[in-house]
Design a protein around this ligand. Structure first.
Ligand SMILES: NC(=O)c1ccc[n+]([C@@H]2O[C@H](COP(=O)([O-])OP(=O)(O)OC[C@H]3O[C@@H](n4cnc5c(N)ncnc54)[C@H](O)[C@@H]3O)[C@@H](O)[C@H]2O)c1
Length: 426
C-alpha cells in the first residue's frame, strides 16, 4: 500500500447514512452532544484512544487526535436517506435508545436533520413499507438521483468532503452473480434494472462515482462484489465492510482468542439473542436473517483453526439464533453457552449473558469508520480497507485470503496502519 502525505482535515465533512434509524440517529445525537461537551464519546478510538509511537529511543502513547489529521466532531454535517420521512428527533424518540433528557438538549439540531427519499425495491427488505421513496424508470436512473442528492447535500451543507456509512436495514441474502462481476456488467444491469442489484448496491455505486468512501454496517452484499471493488480502485475511493461488530460477536472475538491462547478445547458454542427494535423486526424475515447468520458464523471457524489444532477445535457445533421480541426494543439480550474442555478432555461450561444496548455499541463504530475512511481517502488509500476489520463481524479481505477475526490481532493491524499514516505527517 502506497501512502501519500495526508492533506489536513480542513473544511466540513459530510457524514451520509443510507438508513437513518436507531443506529444513525444515536450517532448523530451523540456527536451533537459530545461537541457541546454534554456527553462523552465512549467506545470511540478516534476520540478516546491513543496510538503507541516511537520517538527516538522512547515509546509513548500519543492521543489519536494528535497523532493523525482526523476531522473534528465540529466539522461534521449530517445527512442520509430513509424510507420513512421522520426527522432525526422523531426517529430517535421512537427508537427509545436515548432518553428525552439527552434528546431535548439537541432537539432543534436533530429536528433539522431530515432524510432524503430512499432507493427502495421492497423485495430486498420485505418487512418494511415506507412512503419516502424515489421513483425512476431504471436502477441506473436511481443511481443518478442519489448522485444528485449527494451533490445537493454537499452544496447546501458547504461540505468539502463526504463519507457514507450504510446504517440501513439488513437485506435478503444474495450470492454474487454475473451482474456483479465487472463494472461493465453492473452498469448494463443498472440500465436493465437487473433484479440482482440491491438497494444498498445502488447507494454504494452512486457514492463511489461521486468519490465518497463507503462502509457497509450491515451484513448485506453491498461493497463485497467484484464490480464495486473494481470501481473503488478505478475511482480511487476507499471502501470497508461488513456488519458492525458490536454485541455478541464482539464478545466471541474477545473470548475465543483467550481460550485458544490457553490451549483449551471447544466442543460447542450456542448463541441466542432477543431484540425488539426495527432491526429485529427485519431480521425476523428468514431471508434477512440468513445474511446475518452467514456473517456471524464465520467468526469462530477463523479464530479456532480446526486445520491447525484438530484435537481442540476439529468438531465444534456452532449455532446462532436471533428472536424478535418487541418488549426489549433496542436493549438486546444475548446468551452464549460455551462447551469447552481442558486437561485430559474434562468438560466445562461458560455462560455469558450480555445485556447490551445495540445502538450504543454501534454508534462509536460508525463515528470511527467515518473518520478513518476520510483519513484513508486523504492518504490516497483507495479500494478495500481491510485494516478496518476491527470494526466488522465479517471483515473484507483480499481474494484468496481469510479475514482476521481475533479482536486483538485486528487492533494491532489497525494501529500498524495508523502509525504508517502518522509517520507520513512528520
Ligand atoms: N446496532 C447494532 O449493534 C448493529 C450491529 C451490526 C449491524 N447492525 C446493522 O445496522 C443496520 C441498522 O441498524 P438499526 O438498529 O439502526 O436498524 P433500524 O431498523 O432502526 O434502521 C434501519 C433504517 O434503514 C432504513 N432503510 C431500509 N432500507 C433502506 C433503503 N433502501 N434506503 C434508505 N433507508 C433504508 C429503514 O427504514 C430504517 O429506518 C442494520 O442493518 C443492522 O443489522 C447493527
Amino acid at each position: 500500500m502506497t501512502l501519500s502525505r495526508v492533506a489536513p482535515a480542513t473544511g466540513r465533512l459530510g457524514l451520509l447514512m443510507p438508513g437513518m434509524g436507531a443506529v444513525a440517529t444515536t450517532v448523530i445525537a451523540g456527536i451533537m452532544l459530545a461537541r457541546r461537551g454534554l456527553a462523552a464519546p465512549i467506545g470511540s478510538l478516534t476520540q478516546l484512544g491513543s496510538l503507541p509511537m516511537r520517538r527516538g529511543d522512547a515509546s509513548s502513547e500519543v492521543p489519536m487526535r494528535e497523532a493523525l489529521p482526523l476531522a473534528g466532531l465540529d466539522q461534521i454535517a449530517f445527512g442520509g436517506w430513509d424510507l420513512f420521512p421522520d426527522d432525526a428527533l422523531a426517529t430517535a424518540t421512537n427508537a427509545e435508545v436515548l432518553s428525552d433528557k439527552h434528546l431535548n438538549l439537541v432537539a432543534d439540531e436533530l429536528r433539522a436533520v431530515r432524510p432524503m427519499s430512499a432507493v427502495f425495491y421492497p423485495e430486498f427488505v420485505r418487512r418494511l413499507h415506507g412512503t419516502n421513496v424515489k421513483t425512476a424508470p431504471s436502477k441506473a436512473d436511481m443511481v443518478t438521483q442519489v448522485r444528485e442528492d449527494i451533490r445537493r447535500f454537499m452544496r447546501d451543507e458547504k461540505c468539502d468532503r463526504a463519507v457514507a456509512v450504510w446504517c440501513g436495514s439488513t437485506e435478503v441474502y444474495r450470492e454474487p452473480g454475473p451482474v456483479h462481476a465487472t463494472i461493465e456488467s453492473f452498469e448494463a444491469g443498472l440500465r436493465a434494472s437487473d433484479p440482482g442489484i440491491s438497494n444498498s448496491q445502488i447507494y454504494a455505486w452512486a457514492c463511489l462515482q461521486e468519490g465518497v468512501p463507503f462502509a457497509n454496517g450491515s451484513p448485506s452484499l453491498t461493497v463485497d462484489i467484484p464490480a464495486v471493488l473494481e470501481l473503488a480502485k478505478v475511482r480511487g475511493v476507499a471502501i470497508g465492510g461488513k456488519d458492525f461488530k458490536t454485541g455478541q460477536t464482539l464478545m466471541k472475538t474477545l473470548i475465543a482468542p483467550g481460550l485458544k491462547t490457553r490451549m483449551l478445547g471447544v466442543r460447542g458454542w450456542y448463541s441466542t439473542n432477543i431484540l425488539g427494535n426495527r432491526d429485529g423486526e427485519v431480521l425476523d424475515d428468514p431471508e434477512s436473517f440468513k445474511s446475518k447468520e452467514v456473517s456471524k458464523l464465520g467468526v469462530l471457524e477463523s479464530i479456532l483453526r480446526k486445520d491447525k489444532m484438530p484435537e481442540l477445535y476439529g468438531n465444534i457445533s456452532h449455532k446462532v439464533r436471533i428472536d424478535y421480541y418487541p418488549p426489549r426494543g433496542d436493549q438486546k439480550e444475548g446468551w452464549d453457552n460455551i462447551d469447552l474442555f481442558g486437561w485430559m478432555g474434562y468438560p466445562m461450561q461458560i455462560k455469558v449473558n450480555f445485556l447490551c444496548r445495540d445502538s450504543i455499541l454501534a454508534a462509536p463504530v460508525v463515528l470511527d469508520l467515518a473518520l478513518f475512511l476520510d483519513l484513508a481517502q486523504r492518504a490516497g488509500m483507495s479500494g478495500m480497507q481491510d485494516w478496518l476489520g476491527f470494526y466488522f463481524k465479517a471483515p473484507m479481505s483480499p481474494a484468496g485470503t481469510s479475514p482476521e477475526h481475533d479482536l486483538f490481532a485486528q487492533h494491532e493491524r489497525l494501529h500498524d496502519t495508523l502509525r504508517r499514516v502518522a509517520r507520513e505527517q512528520v
